[in-house]
Design a protein around this ligand. Structure first.
Ligand code: CA
Length: 381
């Protein structure tokens, strides 16, 4: 290696001395060994600078935090080869444009929930949540172990996207009401903030679903623009302050029984990545899937205790109200699957798995909840 000390340092200053040369010049033994095995070389490998657009408000508790942690994890696991800058909803593009932004290459990766894209692909909602659907455990089982992910990938392929399961809310709460729900007729005329299919089901029961963004719900409920609202669970609901303006907190969240969250990656960009980086993106999503659900469960359990101590009245929807809502849900889903053949395929797979999962859960999880687990007890009015 013949190069004078003077021209060497001049070369660094002008940027004409290559990085591999620098490493060799400074005795980068490991570098040479790593390179010879064909393993990706951290120092010379291509650097990727990606943008993530999300549907969540910036740093939104748990869901937005998971995106920030995802980016940190990907950066660490890749030795800095992929750095992802995370944008909250409306920071780079409007929240609900995340899907199209990533699809068309305006950002490389996005985070959301597949039911937001039902207007573009009706079948997408089965990968997030449908009323009276599967819970987090069952949905993970179908998606990761029962053929769901293959269908999800097939659906998103047409949109130039690769989907990755990335989290779950767990069973949500039924929402905040100022009147008791004793019969299905108590839903008649009820103006409720409840998005998606849950809203369509409420409509069949004579209620009026109202679309309100997260930031508008509190004042909407306080001023009577809406009579009721659902949101997530005790943790997020308490942060919104609904306990101060609504009389009853109903359970369960029949409309969102375990909403799966997703990452979606621009397929062209994904296909260009070396396979180890592809694996890192998927592994970080799998981590986020369990981290998000675990933190939802942990924070909701703690927040519920606080709500009960504060005397919030927690009510259960009567069984016959739920039975009626289930019947309306079947009608709503039939309308979707009758008019969209991919929805038919996805729902057939979903529903056949759901029935088997339900049978298994009935003799295991349900027995556990009914007969094995003891709690401190809650007085549910
Ligand atoms: Ca919700």
């Amino acid at each position: 290696m013949k190069i004078s000390r003077k021209s060497f340092f001049k070369g660094i200053a002008l940027g004409t001395v290559s990085l591999p040369f620098l490493i060799r010049a400074f005795g980068g033994k490991n570098f040479a060994q790593e390179g010879s095995t064909g393993a990706p070389n951290v120092l010379t490998a291509r650097q990727y600078r990606w943008k993530m657009v999300t549907t969540w408000p910036p740093n939104f508790p748990i869901l937005g935090e998971a995106c920030n942690k995802y980016a940190e994890l990907v950066e660490k696991m890749s030795g800095g080869r992929i750095r992802i800058r995370v944008y909250g909803g409306n920071e780079l593009v409007p929240a609900l444009e995340a899907f199209d932004t990533v699809r068309t290459g305006g950002a490389e990766i996005g985070s959301g929930a597949a039911y937001y894209w039902a207007g573009k692909a009706p079948a997408a909602q089965f990968f997030a949540s449908v009323p009276f659907g599967m819970n987090a455990q069952q949905l993970n089982a179908w998606i990761l172990g029962g053929g769901g992910i293959e269908l999800w990938e097939e659906l998103y392929r047409d949109f130039n996207l690769v989907p990755m399961p990335g989290g779950n809310t767990g069973v949500q709460m039924g929402g905040w009401f100022n009147r008791e729900i004793n019969t299905i007729d108590d839903l008649k005329g009820l103006k409720m903030r409840i998005p998606g299919l849950g809203g369509k089901v409420l409509e069949k029961a004579g209620g009026a679903p109202v679309l309100l963004a997260g930031g508008e719900i509190y004042t909407g409920l306080e001023r009577g623009v809406i009579d009721a609202t659902e949101w997530l669970g005790p943790y997020h609901d308490t942060l919104m302050g609904f306990q101060d303006i609504a009389r009853y907190y109903y359970t369960p969240g029949w409309h969102e029984t375990g909403t799966m969250l997703e990452f979606f990656v621009n397929k062209e960009q994904y296909d260009k990545l070396p396979s180890d980086l592809q694996a890192i993106l998927k592994t970080a999503a799998a981590w986020s899937n369990i981290w998000t659900l675990s933190n939802m469960e942990a924070k909701n359990a703690l927040a519920l205790t606080t709500l009960v101590e504060k005397g919030v009245s927690i009510r259960k929807f009567p069984s016959d109200v739920l039975d009626k809502l289930r019947q309306y849900t079947e009608e709503v889903i039939s309308d979707i699957t009758a008019s969209d053949s991919f929805s038919r395929r996805v729902y057939d797979s979903y529903d056949s798995f759901r029935k088997k999962a339900a049978n298994y859960s009935l003799i295991t999880e349900k027995e556990f909840y009914d007969k094995i687990q003891k709690s401190g007890g809650l007085n549910l009015g």
